[in-house]
Write a protein that binds this ligand. Structure first.
Ligand SMILES: Cc1cc2nc3c(=O)[nH]c(=O)nc-3n(C[C@H](O)[C@H](O)[C@H](O)COP(=O)(O)OP(=O)(O)OC[C@H]3O[C@@H](n4cnc5c(N)ncnc54)[C@H](O)[C@@H]3O)c2cc1C
Length: 384
């Protein structure tokens, strides 16, 4: 009998395991990390989904969380956030600079809700700002001196904080976490949890490897899978029309890229593929991760690759993942990735949605909006 059974070895499950003792962690894949994991192809290590880890400066909370549990991470500090490539205007500008240069305007009006609403309405309507600049402004507005410190931490501060560059993407990160957590519990990979039954004072966990028992259960799964595994509708399901699929292109490069490691492509010709984010890694790989709602137009992929070519980058396309791949490898229902966008309402509703119920804890990005690892750490601090 274990004290805790953790289902799912994504960031939410890993952070839980760092905090706990006497646990068993079940992961259905060969590799831990889920949407923040990695895979190896053509002898190259690729990040599967997430590419940025923020708050990794020596005085910042994600770094300090790892340090407090004795997890030594080998990474390079990155303070430049990302650059935005405005394809039509042929301009490149830094997101962090946009936020910094507008912060003062917002601090003045922040404490007057009417002025704020009017300002937002008028300003965003008539301004010549492009959609990313508007986004940056809204983020800085929402977060300056807000009493919701957590909200602030996960939005605007994300871009201003120090990010981590790992040499082989998240392979180093996952392996360092894994090494640390095996001293306090057991990790069982390639083991899918299929059913969980609550008995008088423990849970019976049916897996593809056999039956296990635990006093407490932490489910690091989306709410559809939670309900399926429990065989009842314990959690209210989110509205599907607000959710996103991921599209990721995995490439390799030969020549050291430009000044930054991260670029957001702003291209008004992309209609079905949203916010493509290009990440360069020092091991010679690139990922371009983007979102789509119901479908994407294949031609827009060529378009994206042409943008890279226009940046004089010599690359090779290795493979592509979409919602089907994410559903297959991470078990995400219909391949929906990411939880909810950060807004006050989502913060409150997802927090309520994820309160401990029937003796079960809920971790992962469906239960706390924000940036994966950072939000998992905040949630684990509160909850576990
Ligand atoms: C393309 C993309 C880009 C992103 N970019 C960033 C970024 O740059 N920065 C950032 O902070 N965040 C980013 N995110 C978000 C971030 O990756 C996620 O928020 C985070 O990884 C979610 O972690 P999780 O633990 O909640 O869920 P998951 O990563 O989905 O973990 C769930 C785990 O459970 C396992 N599992 C599922 N069912 C079972 C079962 N029945 N039994 C056992 N195991 C099971 C899965 O295999 C998986 O490992 C990105 C996400 C995507 C998809």
């Amino acid at each position: 009998m274990y004290k805790f059974a953790i289902v799912g070895g994504g960031f939410g499950g890993l952070v839980s395991a760092i905090k706990l003792k006497d646990f068993v962690l079940f992961e259905k894949s060969k590799i831990l990390g889920g949407c923040g994991g990695y895979f190896i192809r053509n002898n190259l290590v690729f990040n599967s989904g997430a590419t940025t880890i923020a708050f990794m400066g020596k005085n910042e909370f994600v770094y300090q969380f790892f340090e407090s549990f004795g997890i030594k991470l080998d990474f390079k500090e990155h303070k430049l956030a990302f650059d935005i490539i405005d394809v039509q205007d042929n301009k490149v500008f830094n997101f962090k600079e946009v936020i910094n240069s507008n912060e003062k305007i917002f601090e003045k009006i922040y404490y007057n809700p009417l002025a704020l609403m009017k300002f937002l309405f008028d300003f965003l309507k008539v301004s010549n700002l492009n959609e990313y600049e508007k986004h940056a402004l809204i983020i800085s507005l929402q977060s300056s001196k807000t009493p919701f410190e957590i909200f602030k931490k996960l939005s605007y501060d994300y871009y201003l904080s120090t990010w981590a560059i790992f040499k082989e993407g998240f392979k180093n990160l996952i392996e360092s976490i894994e090494q640390r957590i095996i001293s306090n519990g057991e990790i069982i990979k390639e083991c899918e949890v299929v059913k969980i039954k609550k008995l008088s004072n423990y849970f019976e966990i049916e897996t593809t490897n056999g039956i296990y028992k635990a006093k407490n259960v932490i489910l690091n799964l989306d709410p559809w899978n939670v309900n399926r595994i429990l065989g009842k509708n314990l959690l209210k399901l989110p509205k599907e029309n607000n959710l996103w699929h991921a599209l990721v292109l995995y490439l390799s490069w030969k020549v050291k890229p430009l000044k930054n490691y991260y670029y957001l492509i702003l291209d008004r010709n992309l209609k079905t593929i949203h916010a493509p984010f290009v990440s360069f890694f020092e091991n010679g790989t690139i990922t371009i991760s983007a979102h789509y709602k119901n479908y994407y137009n294949e031609k827009e992929i060529d378009h994206l690759l042409n943008v890279l070519k226009s940046m004089n980058i010599e690359f090779q396309l290795i493979t592509i993942a979409n919602s089907k791949s994410f559903e297959k490898y991470t078990g995400r229902y219909k391949g929906y990735v990411g939880g909810f966008e950060m807004s006050y309402i989502n913060l409150i509703s997802s927090f309520l949605r994820g309160l401990k119920k029937d003796g079960i804890y809920f971790m992962g990005d469906y239960y706390f909006p924000g940036q994966s690892l950072a939000s998992s750490i905040i949630r684990a601090k509160w909850l576990l």
